[in-house]
Design a protein around this ligand. Structure first.
Ligand code: KIV
Ligand code: NA
Length: 277
């Protein structure tokens, strides 16, 4: 297997198969995802909720993102690694946005960045792309600006809002995005958006007609269920496996059944004898 490139991802819109993307935030998950042949690893700012225990993603910092991107890029040999630009890192000025995209590339060793927003983000996207960093767009439900959207709600439900999403997607393509994440929009609208652009769409809560699918890994393996959105399919429930291991450890130690002799170290009998003399 060889490293997935931006051009590979773009080509998949026409040649297939559908694109797979999962998040990872650390070495062990990134290793598993990379070995599974998943096309892209998103080091999402979902880091804040899935790993750092924050209420939302807004307070995630650049330093926190870089710290985790490094852990992932150190191990991802095949998957394309996407660094998710956190709130405040690209909405201040075009210069700041380029500076922070550069940090993802130089310090994080990411392959590209993702940022949220439609038409209004076009100048920022154009500037980052021109500066040499590929950009993945993200429209529909944009968690960083959920407050401005009136909460975590499905987007594009009216004809007007749906048309705005199609216009946003076209604007992002023209600005130079290599793909677009579509989050929490009606499936028929996701299909219309997908048909309206020649770059691949990666859906999360956007139906089966997108060019690819993305999920938060902690949600899909059942490690984290503080929120389990309707669009998540839980392929495993590893929290149960971990919980029973923890309970067994506690019981073993309390009963004295762990450690066993085989878990311990021995020494030469004569050395032990010397001590007794
Ligand atoms: O941060 C994240 O995990 C994301 C995905 C849900 C697309 O942005
Ligand atoms: Na995100």
């Amino acid at each position: 297997q060889k490293k997935v490139t931006i051009l590979d991802v773009m080509a998949r819109k026409t040649v297939g198969p559908k694109i797979t993307m999962l998040t990872s935030y650390d070495y062990p998950f990134a290793l598993l995802v990379d070995q599974a042949g998943i096309d892209m690893i998103l080091v999402g700012d979902s880091l804040g909720m899935a790993v750092l225990g924050y209420e939302d993603t807004v307070s995630v910092t650049m330093d926190e993102m870089i710290h985790h991107v490094k852990a992932v890029t150190g191990v991802a040999k095949n998957a394309l690694v996407v660094g998710d630009m956190p709130f405040g890192s690209y909405n201040v000025s075009v210069e700041k946005a380029i500076e922070n995209a550069n940090r993802f590339m130089k310090e994080g060793r990411a392959d590209c960045v993702k940022l949220e927003g439609g038409k209004t983000m076009v100048p920022v996207i154009e500037a980052i792309v021109k500066s040499g960093t590929p950009v993945q767009g993200h429209i529909g439900l944009t968690p960083q600006t959920a407050s401005a959207l009136g909460g975590f709600k499905v987007q594009g439900k009216s004809a007007g809002a749906a048309q705005a999403l199609i216009d946003d997607a076209k604007a992002l393509e023209a600005a130079g995005c290599f793909s677009i994440v579509l989050e929490a929009i009606p499936s028929p609208i996701a299909k219309m958006v997908t048909d309206a652009v020649s770059i691949p769409t990666i859906g999360i809560g956007a139906g089966a007609d997108c060019d690819g699918q993305v999920l938060v890994i902690h949600d899909m393996v059942g490690l984290f269920d503080r929120f389990t959105p309707k669009f998540v399919k839980q392929y495993a429930k590893i929290s149960d496996t971990i919980s029973s291991a923890l309970a067994e450890f506690k019981a073993d130690v309390e009963k004295g059944t762990f450690p066993e002799e085989k878990h311990g170290f021995t020494m030469k009998a004569d050395e032990l004898e010397k001590l007794k003399e």
